[in-house]
Design a protein around this ligand. Sequence first.
Ligand code: PLP
Length: 441
Amino acid sequence: MIRQQIRIALDPDDTPKSYVNIVPYLRSPLPPPIDPTTGEPVNPEALTRIFAEECVRQEVSQQRTVPIPDEVREAMIRFGRPTPIQRAYGLEEMLKTPARIYYKREDVSPTGSHKTNTALAQCYYAMKEGVERYTTETGAGQWGSAVALACSHFGLEAMIYMVRVSYEQKAYRGTLMRLYGAKVVPSPSQNTEFGRRLNREQPGHPGSLGIAISEALEDALGSQNTKYTLGSVLNHVLLHQTVIGQEAKQQLNLIDTKPDYIVGCVGGGSNFAGLSYPFIADPRFKDTEFIAAESDACPKLSRGEYRYDFGDTAGLTPKLKMYTLGANFIPPKIHAGGLRYHGSAPTLSALIQEGRVRPLAYNQVDALNAGVLFARAEGIVPAPESSHAIKAVIDLALEAKKRGEERSILFNLSGHGHFDMTAYGSLMDGTLNGESMAAQD
Ligand SMILES: *Cc1c(COP(=O)(O)O)cnc(C)c1O
């Protein structure tokens, strides 16, 4: 007999028509971004020099929901929404756990991760406002790929600063961006003042997300008809990702399941927020436990401080109140490039502060081993970032086994790992190191 409900699919028409804004659901008002020169809250007007105007409006929105334009919804449907939820029977059997494990498949987007959701929205708004060129940074390359695709879809030019270590480790990601029509340079680059300075001080500098953001911002501020797009951390970006959790709620409702645990990995917080915020905002899920899996090489949520800090290394952004390891922190060269960010989304930071989300940090060796187990059980190679969530899920499932509890676990498979064979290759060759922050300091 074929077991029921291996995949829970929705119709294109079930794609959400609005985003869920977590801000009005926080217990205390969200600390605003601060202008570092005056120490006062930033005037949203000033942010429109950098970001599309609609993104800035959404950034400061207190509304519980924000409508999704038809064109954005159509583009999301064209590029794969709604995404399925899949029951991880293979993994459950392998672990011999009584837990039921479900995963939301953001890996099925054409660029291989959830990042397409916000890239399409941001490119649409920019295009409507007459912007012709977008600059951005990319770590592991998933964000760059999503921006490249979305820019091509809405007719914008894309200029992408790719963290050098990833540019070298994941060269095909750069090729994919160029294939979609984007320009890509390794960061620190020769295009900007900041990049040239870092290259002089340390030739072959590995780069970091903070540095690449500084470069993309410097470029945007100094160029005509150009704006900057960010792939994580900010309220409007997390907002765009809430299509994930809204779909997941519909899907689990179809099988009468309330998850005991919801798990996602955290770089800046967008895929975690995308899956979890619609559940956190809904009092019916008050008993669900929310787990944010981060890298122990960049453990801002579990070892960082909750304070105002810059989003980038050069100090060009407003200061955000967030869990941070410090804007100058250069994380070890781990393979989960998307988790190498020093800070974290202010809304996620606030939820952690409130005790509503629990952070857990994992070593890349343990995470990638979990990823290999998942690939063998489910056939899908997870992104190294997603493997951190999978490691958390496996621990929960084994805990449930020990206690004989039939728990249900939902996690976000934020992306696939088809461009991460270097990472998995070095794991299997036994040359992957378990460099954590502790090893560095
Ligand atoms: C970018 C990325 C992440 C980390 O970023 P978040 O904003 O925290 O989601 C995680 N997984 C994948 C596949 C990514 O591309």
